[in-house]
Design a protein around this ligand. Structure first.
Ligand code: AMP
Length: 564
């Protein structure tokens, strides 16, 4: 049984290491050292995750709960905790300081327990599980109590990492890439095999335990599984149609529907629907569940599609309407009547026990058309035309726009389905200047009439090399009072820290931002800033993988200069 102290000590060393090779070998050493039972937990913990990304379990601890637990454990007031947060700028350091200095002489480290009690990694995980399961009345108190237990059992070395894990922000710089390489190194499995195992299972904890138990052979046998959503394949912007066609010859052209992504898992009569963020949305969309049950003729299948909210004329409605459907937990049937959806299915990854992701798109489409009956007004297989004729493509493009959709997708007919990958095999063409999908990493409390609202939001892009989010500016204008109060509620669960008017937020919510121009700037760490940024939509359907990369900003900046 490995103690949490050992994990905390390893984190401390990793936190002080900068080179990714050194970090990888430290993580590999840690993964190698722990028991089989501890391995999946440690694999996720080291990335600052408590549960795998595909799981619907969530720890649900925000700043409010964490501060209350720290206050109770230390005997300080919540106000005093907030002051320490302001001084240290870090929730881990806050926990160490708050629990180390105890003004009232009550709960110092380990005060609730005898000296002999040492927290194990599994015990910390089990407490987090208990916290995640707390629901209904009294759940807040239960969460606080369990955190308090952990804080009071932990030593000075451990409390900081417990606090950071509780808000899933470990800050030691370990991302999926490092963990993937570490698993390969620790258990002597080629990196490509680990990568593929991860792609199919979406769970590095599972890949690690499989590697430890059965090596390369066992990891190679990992496969898609019903009810465990995989990451969605993503699209890139078309350079030009001509260039694309000369690259791939014929292209498969589909409408780019203006809606939200849905992954469908059918296991007999059991239907599960997952959003772009891999949340289980089956209960919110009973109409789609029924249609899939009736019109998808397969014992088992995993399908990919876009749900669109439609008006009486069949035109797509505002994106917010789809989100109303996705988010709805009660009165789902009446909301379904109010906002009817259609589901355009465009891909199939699994059919009757067979994984199809390596089959070429044309073959997958053939199988898809063979199992989905288009006799329903709710689900249909999206129309696809394979052509190299530019004129034909432009006609389809105009038709899609006329029907109120976003544009077209240009797909390589010979391409596999690559979960989580954004590459040349799926290209998108839209008419407007591209907007940017940026993650909200901070906010500021407003002034005057708006003091109780968060009014200005700090935006960031992603640096895939370091796994960090780099600030690119703020969006502060154009919100209605209604939106401001909605956002304040939405973000209040994501507060990591507050200091004066400034709030640090857990990067989770994605804003689609329109702007006039990208400028070079020394004000922000990304090196870029946006002129006149304005919010187009809150993209609840998107996840952190969709956040624009720094490379893309560079590309757009160059393109803009070429055009001007
Ligand atoms: P974007 O969100 O602009 O990166 O464009 C990619 C998104 O378009 C996908 O994630 C889907 O949600 C959506 N989409 C709409 N129609 C299609 C289609 N026919 N094939 C693939 N994706 C589509």
């Amino acid at each position: 049984m490995t103690s949490f102290k050992e994990f905390a000590q390893a984190c401390e060393v990793i936190e002080e290491t900068s080179g990714s090779l050194d970090m990888t070998s430290l993580v590999a050493e840690l993964l190698d050292r722990v028991s089989l039972e501890e391995l999946p937990v440690v694999t996720h913990f080291v990335m600052g995750e408590v549960f795998p990304a595909w799981s619907s379990e969530e720890i649900g601890v925000g700043a409010g709960i964490l501060y209350a637990a720290l206050a109770k454990s230390s005997g300080l007031s919540v106000n005093e905790i907030e002051n320490i947060v302001k001084e240290t700028g870090d929730i881990g350091k806050t926990a160490v300081r708050a629990l180390g200095k105890n003004s009232k002489g009550q709960a110092t480290f380990s005060s609730f327990f005898t000296e002999a009690h040492e927290l194990s990694i599994l015990e910390v995980f089990q407490r987090f599980q208990t916290i995640s399961k707390a629901s209904g009345k009294g759940s807040q108190a239960a969460r606080i109590k369990n955190l308090q237990y952990l804080f009071n059992s932990a030593s000075a070395e451990e409390v900081g990492y417990i606090a950071r894990l509780a808000v899933e922000d470990l800050r030691i710089g370990v991302g999926e890439g490092i963990v993937r390489d570490a698993i390969a190194a620790a258990f002597n499995v080629p990196v490509e095999v680990v990568e593929r195992g991860f792609m199919l299972t979406n769970d590095l904890g599972l890949v690690a335990t499989t590697a430890k138990q059965g090596g390369t052979e066992a990891v190679s046998e990992l496969d898609l599984q019903l009810d465990r959503p995989i990451r969605m394949m993503l699209a890139q912007i078309t350079p030009t149609l001509e260039a694309t066609l000369s690259d791939i010859g014929e292209a498969a052209i589909e409408w780019k529907f203006d809606g939200a992504r849905v992954q469908i898992h059918k296991d007999g009569d059991k239907i599960k629907l997952y959003s772009r963020r891999l949340e289980d949305i089956s209960n919110s969309l009973p109409d789609i569940v029924e249609s899939v049950k009736k019109y998808v003729h397969a014992d088992s299948a995993i399908l990919d599609g876009e749900a669109v909210a439609i008006d009486e004329e069949g035109h797509p409605r505002a994106f917010q309407d789809i989100l109303k459907r996705f988010r709805r937990k009660y009165d789902v049937h009446s909301t379904a009547k109010e906002i009817p959806l259609t589901l355009n299915i465009f891909d199939i990854m699994y059919l009757n026990g067979k994984n199809l992701i390596d089959e070429p798109l044309v073959k997958r489409r053939e199988l898809l058309s063979g199992c989905v009956e288009n006799s329903d007004s709710i689900i249909q297989v999206d129309k696809q035309v394979i052509t190299s004729d530019l004129e034909k493509i432009n006609t389809i493009y105009s038709e899609a726009l006329k029907a109120g959709h976003e544009g077209i997708m240009i797909k390589n007919p010979q391409s596999p389905y690559s979960p989580g990958k954004r590459g040349k095999n799926w290209l998108k063409k839209k008419p407007v200047m591209e907007t940017l999908d940026l993650v909200v990493i901070g906010a500021e409390w407003g002034y005057g009439r708006r003091t109780s609202f968060m009014g200005s939001y700090a935006l960031a892009c992603h640096d895939p090399e370091t796994g960090r989010f780099l600030p690119v500016g703020k969006v502060a204008t154009g919100f209605s009072d209604e939106q401001l109060s909605e956002f304040t509620a939405l973000f209040s669960d994501l507060i990591i820290m507050e200091s004066g008017k400034k709030i640090e937020l857990k990067p989770e919510v994605i804003f689609e931002i329109a702007f006039e121009e990208i400028q070079k700037s020394t004000n922000y760490e990304s090196g870029y800033a946006l002129r006149f940024p304005r919010l187009v939509n809150v993209r609840d359907d998107k996840s952190l993988e969709d956040v624009e990369t720094i490379g893309r900003l560079e590309e757009m900046y160059k393109l803009q200069r070429e055009r001007s």
